[in-house]
Design a protein around this ligand. Sequence first.
Ligand SMILES: [Zn+2]
Length: 74
Amino acid sequence: MSTEYDYDAAREYAVVGSGLKAPSSNWVDIKCPFCGTTSRAFIWSLSGGGKKCVNKKCGAKHNSTGSTSPVKTK
Ligand SMILES: [Zn+2]
């Protein structure tokens, strides 16, 4: 078994918090499985195009399916 860091594969993210912004926008705090940065994303935004990790050096995208897709950097 290889434990090599696979930057091509999506990983599941952890939701570390959630809440409601009035009047009806639910949000979640998503912990990036790649860089560990927590990004706050609205559900509607997440299920739309996904939410980019707020860490600009990371740039991975959190999807509504519960996984994060890494972004390759050159
Ligand atoms: Zn990240």
